[in-house]
Write a protein that binds this ligand. Structure first.
Ligand SMILES: Nc1ncnc2c1ncn2[C@@H]1O[C@H](COP(=O)(O)OP(=O)(O)OP(=O)(O)O)[C@@H](O)[C@H]1O
Ligand SMILES: [Mg+2]
Length: 333
Protein backbone atom coordinates (compact mmCIF):
# COMPACT_ATOMS: atom_id res chain seq x y z
CA UNK A 1 0.00 0.00 0.00
CA UNK A 2 1.17 3.52 -0.75
CA UNK A 3 2.47 5.50 2.16
CA UNK A 4 3.01 9.12 2.92
CA UNK A 5 4.52 11.18 5.72
CA UNK A 6 2.59 13.71 7.82
CA UNK A 7 3.47 15.28 11.17
CA UNK A 8 6.72 13.34 11.13
CA UNK A 9 4.85 10.00 11.04
CA UNK A 10 4.18 7.56 8.24
CA UNK A 11 0.56 6.91 7.17
CA UNK A 12 -1.06 4.70 4.60
CA UNK A 13 -2.99 6.49 1.90
CA UNK A 14 -6.69 5.79 1.76
CA UNK A 15 -8.23 3.93 -1.12
CA UNK A 16 -9.44 6.94 -3.10
CA UNK A 17 -6.05 8.57 -2.66
CA UNK A 18 -4.58 5.32 -3.87
CA UNK A 19 -6.94 5.26 -6.82
CA UNK A 20 -6.00 8.77 -7.68
CA UNK A 21 -2.30 7.97 -7.46
CA UNK A 22 -2.94 4.90 -9.61
CA UNK A 23 -4.53 7.02 -12.26
CA UNK A 24 -1.52 9.27 -12.11
CA UNK A 25 1.04 6.46 -12.47
CA UNK A 26 -0.96 3.47 -13.56
CA UNK A 27 1.18 0.43 -12.76
CA UNK A 28 2.61 0.70 -9.27
CA UNK A 29 2.94 -2.63 -7.54
CA UNK A 30 0.84 -1.44 -4.59
CA UNK A 31 -2.07 -0.54 -6.81
CA UNK A 32 -2.07 -3.93 -8.50
CA UNK A 33 -2.00 -5.70 -5.15
CA UNK A 34 -4.83 -3.59 -3.85
CA UNK A 35 -7.07 -4.41 -6.82
CA UNK A 36 -6.33 -8.10 -6.35
CA UNK A 37 -7.37 -7.94 -2.70
CA UNK A 38 -10.53 -6.04 -3.53
CA UNK A 39 -11.52 -8.72 -6.04
CA UNK A 40 -10.78 -11.48 -3.58
CA UNK A 41 -12.98 -9.82 -0.96
CA UNK A 42 -15.82 -9.26 -3.38
CA UNK A 43 -15.77 -12.95 -4.23
CA UNK A 44 -16.01 -14.05 -0.61
CA UNK A 45 -18.21 -17.17 -0.81
CA UNK A 46 -19.11 -17.04 2.89
CA UNK A 47 -21.13 -13.87 2.49
CA UNK A 48 -23.89 -15.45 0.43
CA UNK A 49 -26.78 -13.40 -0.90
CA UNK A 50 -29.01 -15.37 1.44
CA UNK A 51 -26.92 -14.38 4.47
CA UNK A 52 -26.94 -10.77 3.39
CA UNK A 53 -30.71 -10.82 2.93
CA UNK A 54 -31.28 -12.37 6.35
CA UNK A 55 -28.97 -9.82 7.96
CA UNK A 56 -30.83 -7.02 6.18
CA UNK A 57 -34.10 -8.43 7.44
CA UNK A 58 -32.79 -8.58 11.01
CA UNK A 59 -31.53 -5.01 10.80
CA UNK A 60 -35.05 -4.15 9.57
CA UNK A 61 -36.57 -5.83 12.64
CA UNK A 62 -34.20 -3.89 14.85
CA UNK A 63 -34.97 -0.63 13.10
CA UNK A 64 -38.68 -1.24 13.49
CA UNK A 65 -38.35 -1.09 17.26
CA UNK A 66 -39.35 2.31 18.56
CA UNK A 67 -36.57 4.55 19.94
CA UNK A 68 -33.50 2.72 21.30
CA UNK A 69 -31.21 4.70 18.98
CA UNK A 70 -28.02 4.02 20.91
CA UNK A 71 -28.81 0.33 21.35
CA UNK A 72 -29.49 -0.03 17.64
CA UNK A 73 -26.24 1.71 16.75
CA UNK A 74 -24.26 -0.49 19.11
CA UNK A 75 -25.86 -3.69 17.80
CA UNK A 76 -25.01 -2.65 14.24
CA UNK A 77 -21.50 -1.82 15.38
CA UNK A 78 -21.09 -5.26 17.01
CA UNK A 79 -22.41 -6.99 13.93
CA UNK A 80 -20.07 -5.02 11.62
CA UNK A 81 -17.11 -5.64 13.93
CA UNK A 82 -17.74 -9.39 13.97
CA UNK A 83 -17.99 -9.47 10.19
CA UNK A 84 -14.77 -7.48 9.75
CA UNK A 85 -12.93 -9.76 12.22
CA UNK A 86 -13.97 -12.70 10.07
CA UNK A 87 -12.75 -10.99 6.92
CA UNK A 88 -9.46 -9.97 8.56
CA UNK A 89 -8.94 -13.58 9.58
CA UNK A 90 -9.03 -14.56 5.91
CA UNK A 91 -6.11 -12.26 5.24
CA UNK A 92 -4.27 -13.62 8.30
CA UNK A 93 -4.56 -10.24 10.01
CA UNK A 94 -4.36 -10.10 13.77
CA UNK A 95 -7.67 -10.05 15.63
CA UNK A 96 -8.42 -9.48 19.27
CA UNK A 97 -10.19 -12.57 20.54
CA UNK A 98 -13.87 -12.07 19.99
CA UNK A 99 -15.41 -11.68 23.44
CA UNK A 100 -19.10 -10.91 23.09
CA UNK A 101 -20.42 -11.44 26.59
CA UNK A 102 -22.62 -8.48 27.43
CA UNK A 103 -24.39 -6.55 30.14
CA UNK A 104 -27.82 -5.14 29.36
CA UNK A 105 -28.79 -2.40 31.77
CA UNK A 106 -32.32 -1.12 31.92
CA UNK A 107 -35.71 -1.16 33.57
CA UNK A 108 -38.41 -3.77 32.91
CA UNK A 109 -40.02 -3.75 29.49
CA UNK A 110 -37.36 -1.64 27.78
CA UNK A 111 -36.71 -4.22 25.07
CA UNK A 112 -33.75 -6.16 26.49
CA UNK A 113 -35.07 -9.63 25.67
CA UNK A 114 -36.35 -8.50 22.27
CA UNK A 115 -32.95 -7.07 21.31
CA UNK A 116 -31.11 -10.14 22.66
CA UNK A 117 -33.25 -12.38 20.42
CA UNK A 118 -32.48 -10.34 17.31
CA UNK A 119 -28.79 -10.22 18.20
CA UNK A 120 -28.71 -14.01 18.65
CA UNK A 121 -30.09 -14.50 15.16
CA UNK A 122 -27.61 -11.98 13.73
CA UNK A 123 -24.71 -13.82 15.31
CA UNK A 124 -25.86 -17.05 13.67
CA UNK A 125 -25.74 -15.36 10.26
CA UNK A 126 -22.30 -14.01 11.09
CA UNK A 127 -21.25 -17.57 12.01
CA UNK A 128 -20.32 -16.66 15.57
CA UNK A 129 -23.03 -18.86 17.06
CA UNK A 130 -24.21 -22.16 15.60
CA UNK A 131 -27.82 -21.90 16.78
CA UNK A 132 -28.47 -18.43 18.20
CA UNK A 133 -31.39 -19.44 20.43
CA UNK A 134 -32.01 -17.67 23.71
CA UNK A 135 -32.28 -19.40 27.05
CA UNK A 136 -33.66 -16.97 29.59
CA UNK A 137 -33.05 -17.77 33.22
CA UNK A 138 -33.11 -16.10 36.61
CA UNK A 139 -31.71 -16.77 40.04
CA UNK A 140 -34.11 -19.61 40.87
CA UNK A 141 -33.01 -21.53 37.75
CA UNK A 142 -29.36 -21.36 38.74
CA UNK A 143 -29.09 -21.39 42.51
CA UNK A 144 -29.63 -24.66 44.35
CA UNK A 145 -30.52 -25.53 47.89
CA UNK A 146 -27.68 -27.81 48.97
CA UNK A 147 -24.00 -28.31 48.24
CA UNK A 148 -23.45 -29.43 44.66
CA UNK A 149 -27.00 -28.54 43.61
CA UNK A 150 -26.06 -25.10 42.27
CA UNK A 151 -23.24 -26.33 40.04
CA UNK A 152 -25.55 -29.01 38.67
CA UNK A 153 -28.35 -26.50 37.94
CA UNK A 154 -25.94 -24.08 36.26
CA UNK A 155 -24.43 -26.81 34.11
CA UNK A 156 -27.91 -27.88 32.98
CA UNK A 157 -28.79 -24.34 31.88
CA UNK A 158 -25.42 -23.84 30.18
CA UNK A 159 -25.92 -27.12 28.33
CA UNK A 160 -29.30 -25.93 27.06
CA UNK A 161 -27.82 -22.62 25.93
CA UNK A 162 -24.79 -24.04 24.09
CA UNK A 163 -24.81 -22.71 20.54
CA UNK A 164 -26.81 -19.66 21.56
CA UNK A 165 -27.25 -17.05 24.26
CA UNK A 166 -27.65 -17.61 27.98
CA UNK A 167 -29.60 -14.58 29.18
CA UNK A 168 -29.67 -14.08 32.93
CA UNK A 169 -32.35 -11.66 33.99
CA UNK A 170 -31.92 -9.72 37.21
CA UNK A 171 -28.42 -11.16 37.38
CA UNK A 172 -27.55 -9.03 40.40
CA UNK A 173 -29.83 -11.29 42.46
CA UNK A 174 -27.10 -13.94 42.22
CA UNK A 175 -24.94 -11.88 44.55
CA UNK A 176 -27.82 -11.10 46.89
CA UNK A 177 -27.12 -13.52 49.73
CA UNK A 178 -23.46 -12.62 50.32
CA UNK A 179 -20.51 -14.93 50.89
CA UNK A 180 -22.37 -17.96 52.28
CA UNK A 181 -25.12 -17.95 49.68
CA UNK A 182 -25.09 -20.46 46.81
CA UNK A 183 -25.46 -17.51 44.42
CA UNK A 184 -21.73 -16.99 44.65
CA UNK A 185 -21.17 -20.58 43.55
CA UNK A 186 -23.49 -19.92 40.61
CA UNK A 187 -21.38 -16.94 39.53
CA UNK A 188 -18.16 -18.97 39.78
CA UNK A 189 -19.66 -21.85 37.79
CA UNK A 190 -20.91 -19.47 35.11
CA UNK A 191 -17.54 -17.74 34.82
CA UNK A 192 -15.91 -21.14 34.36
CA UNK A 193 -18.49 -22.10 31.71
CA UNK A 194 -17.74 -18.89 29.84
CA UNK A 195 -14.13 -20.03 29.55
CA UNK A 196 -14.92 -23.67 28.78
CA UNK A 197 -17.40 -22.83 26.04
CA UNK A 198 -16.05 -19.52 24.87
CA UNK A 199 -16.74 -20.16 21.20
CA UNK A 200 -20.16 -21.73 21.68
CA UNK A 201 -21.95 -19.51 24.13
CA UNK A 202 -22.61 -15.86 24.76
CA UNK A 203 -23.63 -14.80 28.21
CA UNK A 204 -25.83 -11.75 28.67
CA UNK A 205 -26.48 -10.45 32.16
CA UNK A 206 -29.42 -8.11 32.49
CA UNK A 207 -30.80 -5.94 35.22
CA UNK A 208 -31.35 -2.48 36.58
CA UNK A 209 -28.39 -0.20 36.06
CA UNK A 210 -27.51 0.56 39.69
CA UNK A 211 -27.86 -3.04 40.82
CA UNK A 212 -25.77 -4.29 37.91
CA UNK A 213 -22.98 -1.83 38.71
CA UNK A 214 -23.01 -3.05 42.32
CA UNK A 215 -23.04 -6.65 41.13
CA UNK A 216 -19.99 -6.12 38.91
CA UNK A 217 -18.12 -4.77 41.90
CA UNK A 218 -18.78 -7.93 43.96
CA UNK A 219 -16.36 -9.96 41.87
CA UNK A 220 -13.24 -8.22 40.55
CA UNK A 221 -12.91 -10.52 37.53
CA UNK A 222 -16.45 -9.94 36.29
CA UNK A 223 -16.32 -6.56 34.57
CA UNK A 224 -13.50 -7.40 32.18
CA UNK A 225 -15.33 -10.54 31.07
CA UNK A 226 -18.23 -8.44 29.82
CA UNK A 227 -16.76 -5.89 27.43
CA UNK A 228 -20.05 -4.81 25.87
CA UNK A 229 -22.55 -2.76 27.86
CA UNK A 230 -25.90 -1.77 26.37
CA UNK A 231 -28.01 0.82 28.10
CA UNK A 232 -31.80 0.59 27.67
CA UNK A 233 -33.48 3.81 28.72
CA UNK A 234 -37.13 4.23 29.73
CA UNK A 235 -39.47 5.19 26.91
CA UNK A 236 -41.10 8.61 26.67
CA UNK A 237 -44.88 8.95 26.50
CA UNK A 238 -44.73 9.50 22.73
CA UNK A 239 -42.55 6.42 22.28
CA UNK A 240 -44.95 4.32 24.37
CA UNK A 241 -47.83 5.48 22.21
CA UNK A 242 -45.87 4.64 19.07
CA UNK A 243 -45.19 1.19 20.53
CA UNK A 244 -48.94 0.82 21.12
CA UNK A 245 -49.56 1.70 17.46
CA UNK A 246 -47.00 -0.84 16.34
CA UNK A 247 -48.48 -3.55 18.54
CA UNK A 248 -52.05 -3.04 17.33
CA UNK A 249 -50.92 -2.89 13.71
CA UNK A 250 -49.10 -6.21 14.11
CA UNK A 251 -52.31 -7.72 15.46
CA UNK A 252 -54.43 -6.16 12.67
CA UNK A 253 -56.28 -3.81 14.98
CA UNK A 254 -56.49 -0.03 15.02
CA UNK A 255 -56.75 2.56 17.77
CA UNK A 256 -59.40 5.25 17.36
CA UNK A 257 -58.47 8.89 17.99
CA UNK A 258 -60.49 8.92 21.21
CA UNK A 259 -58.76 5.75 22.39
CA UNK A 260 -55.34 7.23 21.53
CA UNK A 261 -56.11 10.37 23.55
CA UNK A 262 -57.21 8.31 26.49
CA UNK A 263 -54.15 6.07 26.26
CA UNK A 264 -51.85 9.07 25.99
CA UNK A 265 -53.19 10.68 29.16
CA UNK A 266 -53.10 7.37 31.00
CA UNK A 267 -49.48 6.75 30.00
CA UNK A 268 -48.52 10.32 30.86
CA UNK A 269 -50.03 9.92 34.33
CA UNK A 270 -48.14 6.67 34.75
CA UNK A 271 -44.90 8.36 33.77
CA UNK A 272 -45.53 11.28 36.13
CA UNK A 273 -45.95 8.94 39.07
CA UNK A 274 -43.53 6.32 37.87
CA UNK A 275 -43.21 3.47 40.35
CA UNK A 276 -40.09 1.31 40.68
CA UNK A 277 -41.73 -1.50 38.76
CA UNK A 278 -43.05 0.63 35.91
CA UNK A 279 -42.83 -1.79 33.01
CA UNK A 280 -42.53 0.43 29.92
CA UNK A 281 -43.46 -1.42 26.72
CA UNK A 282 -44.69 -4.44 28.67
CA UNK A 283 -47.31 -2.21 30.31
CA UNK A 284 -48.37 -1.08 26.84
CA UNK A 285 -48.63 -4.68 25.71
CA UNK A 286 -50.79 -5.54 28.71
CA UNK A 287 -53.04 -2.53 28.06
CA UNK A 288 -53.49 -3.44 24.41
CA UNK A 289 -54.24 -7.06 25.20
CA UNK A 290 -56.75 -6.03 27.82
CA UNK A 291 -58.41 -3.57 25.41
CA UNK A 292 -58.64 -6.32 22.79
CA UNK A 293 -60.50 -8.50 25.27
CA UNK A 294 -62.80 -5.60 26.20
CA UNK A 295 -63.54 -5.02 22.52
CA UNK A 296 -64.36 -8.70 22.16
CA UNK A 297 -66.84 -8.48 25.04
CA UNK A 298 -68.37 -5.36 23.55
CA UNK A 299 -68.90 -6.99 20.16
CA UNK A 300 -69.58 -10.60 20.96
CA UNK A 301 -73.32 -10.25 21.51
CA UNK A 302 -73.88 -8.20 18.35
CA UNK A 303 -75.39 -9.96 15.36
CA UNK A 304 -74.35 -7.26 12.91
CA UNK A 305 -70.76 -6.13 12.70
CA UNK A 306 -68.38 -4.79 10.06
CA UNK A 307 -64.74 -5.52 9.29
CA UNK A 308 -63.83 -2.06 10.56
CA UNK A 309 -65.60 -2.66 13.84
CA UNK A 310 -63.70 -5.89 14.32
CA UNK A 311 -60.48 -3.95 13.91
CA UNK A 312 -61.22 -0.79 15.88
CA UNK A 313 -60.32 -0.35 19.54
CA UNK A 314 -62.29 2.57 20.88
CA UNK A 315 -61.95 4.76 23.99
CA UNK A 316 -64.46 2.61 25.85
CA UNK A 317 -62.25 -0.48 25.43
CA UNK A 318 -59.41 1.29 27.19
CA UNK A 319 -61.65 2.82 29.84
CA UNK A 320 -62.69 -0.63 30.98
CA UNK A 321 -59.18 -1.67 31.83
CA UNK A 322 -59.46 -4.13 34.69
CA UNK A 323 -58.45 -3.92 38.29
CA UNK A 324 -56.20 -6.98 38.06
CA UNK A 325 -53.66 -5.30 35.77
CA UNK A 326 -50.22 -4.63 37.07
CA UNK A 327 -49.26 -0.95 37.09
CA UNK A 328 -52.86 -0.01 37.66
CA UNK A 329 -52.46 2.20 40.66
CA UNK A 330 -53.50 5.30 38.69
CA UNK A 331 -57.02 4.11 38.02
CA UNK A 332 -57.46 2.70 41.47
CA UNK A 333 -56.45 5.95 43.15
N1 LIG B 1 -38.72 -0.37 21.29
C1 LIG B 1 -39.75 -1.21 21.18
N2 LIG B 1 -40.55 -1.15 20.12
C2 LIG B 1 -41.59 -2.01 20.01
N3 LIG B 1 -41.91 -2.94 20.92
C3 LIG B 1 -41.14 -3.04 22.01
C4 LIG B 1 -40.02 -2.18 22.19
N4 LIG B 1 -39.43 -2.50 23.38
C5 LIG B 1 -40.14 -3.50 23.89
N5 LIG B 1 -41.16 -3.84 23.08
C6 LIG B 1 -42.16 -4.90 23.34
O1 LIG B 1 -42.49 -4.83 24.72
C7 LIG B 1 -42.56 -6.13 25.30
C8 LIG B 1 -41.54 -6.24 26.42
O2 LIG B 1 -40.22 -6.19 25.88
P1 LIG B 1 -39.02 -7.11 26.42
O3 LIG B 1 -39.54 -8.39 26.94
O4 LIG B 1 -37.99 -7.17 25.36
O5 LIG B 1 -38.51 -6.20 27.63
P2 LIG B 1 -37.39 -6.53 28.73
O6 LIG B 1 -36.53 -5.34 28.83
O7 LIG B 1 -36.75 -7.83 28.43
O8 LIG B 1 -38.28 -6.63 30.05
P3 LIG B 1 -37.93 -7.37 31.44
O9 LIG B 1 -36.78 -6.66 32.07
O10 LIG B 1 -39.16 -7.20 32.24
O11 LIG B 1 -37.63 -8.80 31.12
C9 LIG B 1 -42.34 -7.09 24.16
O12 LIG B 1 -43.61 -7.48 23.68
C10 LIG B 1 -41.59 -6.30 23.12
O13 LIG B 1 -41.86 -6.76 21.83
MG1 LIG C 1 -36.69 -9.64 29.54
Amino acid sequence: MKQTTRFGLTFTMENNELKQSREESSTTEAAVASVALAQQAAEDPDVSTETQETLQQLVGELEQLVGLTKVKDLVKEISAYVEICRRREKFQLKNDSLVLHMIFKGNPGTGKTTVARILGRMLVELKVLPKGHLIEVERADLVGEYIGHTAQKCREQVKKAIGGILFIDEAYALARGGEKDFGKEAIDTLVKSMEDHKNELILILAGYEKEMEKFLRTNPGLRSRFPIHLQFTDYTCEELLEIAQLMVREREYQISVGAAEHLHSYLQAQLDTKSANFSNARLVRNLIEKAIRCQALRLVKRRLYSRDELMMLIREDFEQLGQEDVDFKFWQA
